[in-house]
Design a protein around this ligand. Structure first.
Ligand SMILES: *[C@@H]1O[C@H](CO)[C@@H](O)[C@H](O)[C@H]1NC(C)=O
Ligand SMILES: *[C@@H]1O[C@H](CO)[C@@H](O)[C@H](O)[C@H]1NC(C)=O
Ligand SMILES: *[C@@H]1O[C@H](CO)[C@@H](O)[C@H](O)[C@H]1NC(C)=O
Ligand SMILES: *[C@@H]1O[C@H](CO)[C@@H](O)[C@H](O)[C@H]1NC(C)=O
Ligand SMILES: *[C@@H]1O[C@H](CO)[C@@H](O)[C@H](O)[C@H]1NC(C)=O
Length: 412
């Protein structure tokens, strides 16, 4: 009977009471003993190798896992910050850009900022327009870099405008619009040399087109120009010469067939900036000397507010030129009130006139005009229209100045 010797598996078998089938007999020759010893050693070495490999694998795996998760975490963190930057941008464009730069998510160069705005991912186009319209040097550089990202080669002016005006929302202020459209006209002429005599021509025609869009498509504008009128309206704008009729005809047809779309179109769009659809309706007006409310038929046209006693009256009871006036909402016992006033000069009498009961036309005696609308909606509409009527003036002047310039030029 053989004694139970040490098992081959003793080294690693967890359960020593395991019934061992592979026992080593005691009666081995020294050679056999040596052989067995070698085998044991090699086995031990192999086991150690395996363990080392296992450890190494485990280490590498955990490293990979850690690596992945820190990378992922970093990415997630970054994405979160970019999203936050976009949100901030939409609320306050300058702060948003500052945040992105400070967190190394955006390089502080006009080109990189312009790229970011041009891509526009998750950005509010009104906010983009606000940023591009700012007067600061950096913003103006960004505006130019942004316009350079637009490719207008071989597009006609309407196609180029469609693309440009869709990439952000044009702000309402004349100075901003002027800068942006100037940049647009420069870029268009750079991409399409030889189409226009000068950037001014391109600038003026761009506005003629935007206004044509409103005339043709806004239901409030009754007067729809024909193509002939559009052509004659744009005579002499090519540095004193005329643009080819075909070109104007094409642009007209393009707009007629498809209006310009602008982003964030909330109705309070460029129509209000460039066009002030005449408005009329009943409003209550507070008297100047005698503080009583009178119901009057108001008509807003030609940058003036006219008011009549009856809708059928030929002569107005009063005329209020809107030049130099401001408008604000006010609280009163009457609902839906707003007020026309001279900014920075509360006591100055507003230049206006009215007709007395005996037919005499006299100067008004109002330091402010307080007006009440029948509903909150009508108040908003009146205020918007009046605001537009007040604010469009500087813009018309700028455009008129350019027109004068190009039409006085002689073509070489
Ligand atoms: C970006 O650079 C301009 C100067 O080029 C600097 O005035 C501005 O503070 C910088 N903005 C940030 C957020 O670092
Ligand atoms: C963009 O911002 C404007 C002005 O803050 C807001 O009226 C408009 O609803 C916003 N658009 C979107 C899509 O959030
Ligand atoms: C063009 O006219 C349509 C319809 O009135 C209007 O929604 C759109 O904002 C106008 N586009 C421009 C650029 O004025
Ligand atoms: C508006 O202001 C300008 C400059 O102060 C002045 O010349 C002009 O007469 C004013 N117009 C009216 C209607 O008050
Ligand atoms: C205008 O009203 C003031 C008081 O508000 C009065 O003193 C002045 O005489 C009035 N002027 C005219 C021309 O009615």
């Amino acid at each position: 009977r053989r004694n139970r010797g040490s098992s081959y598996f003793d080294h690693y078998h967890p359960n020593p009471s395991f019934p061992l089938s592979c026992t080593v007999p005691d009666d081995l020759t020294p050679e056999e003993q040596q052989e067995l010893e070698n085998i044991r050693r090699r086995k031990q070495e192999l086991l150690e190798d395996i363990q080392r490999l296992k450890d190494e694998i485990a280490e590498v795996t955990s490293e990979i896992e850690n690596l992945g998760s820190t990378e992922e975490r970093k990415n997630m963190q970054r994405n979160k910050q970019v999203a936050m930057g976009r949100k901030k941008f939409n609320m306050d464009p300058k702060k948003g850009i500052q945040f992105l730069i400070e967190n190394d998510l955006l390089k502080n160069t006009s080109d990189d900022i312009a790229q970011f705005l041009y891509k526009g991912e998750g950005l509010n186009k009104t906010a983009i327009g606000d940023y591009l319209g700012e007067r600061d040097d950096l913003n103006i550089q960004v505006l130019h870099a942004f316009v350079e990202l637009h490719e207008f080669t071989d597009l006609n002016l309407v196609q180029a405008l469609r693309q440009f005006l869709w990439s952000f929302r044009l702000p309402g202020e004349a100075q901003k619009i002027d800068r942006m459209m100037e940049a647009f006209a420069q870029r268009y002429c750079q991409c399409n040399s030889g189409v226009f005599q000068s950037t001014d021509t391109c600038y003026i025609l761009s506005f003629a087109i935007i206004m044509l869009n409103t005339s043709l498509h806004n239901p409030n504008v009754k007067d729809k120009p024909t193509v002939e009128r559009f052509i004659s309206m744009n005579r002499g704008i090519n540095d004193g010469g005329d643009l080819p009729e075909d070109l104007l005809r094409n642009l007209y047809e393009s707009i007629k067939n498809e209006p310009f779309k602008i982003p964030e179109d909330d109705g309070n769009d460029l129509t209000h900036t460039f066009f002030n659809p005449d408005r009329e309706g009943w409003l209550l007006k507070l008297g100047g000397r005698v503080k009583t409310w009178k119901r009057r038929w108001f008509i807003l046209t030609d940058n003036c507010l006219y008011y009549f006693e009856y809708t059928t009256d030929k002569e107005p009871r009063g005329i209020i030129p809107l030049e130099n006036l401001s408008i604000k909402e006010v609280e009163d016992k009457k609902p839906n009130c707003f007020e026309l006033f001279i900014p920075d000069n509360k006591d100055q009498v507003i230049k206006a006139c009215k007709t007395e009961a005996d037919g005499r036309v006299v100067e008004g005696n109002h330091t402010f005009y307080r007006i009440s609308a029948p509903t909150a909606e009508e108040k908003d509409e009146w205020m918007n229209s009046i605001k537009a009527a007040i604010s469009r003036d500087p813009f018309y002047e700028m455009l008129a100045a350019r027109k004068k310039k190009v039409s006085s030029m002689k073509r070489h």
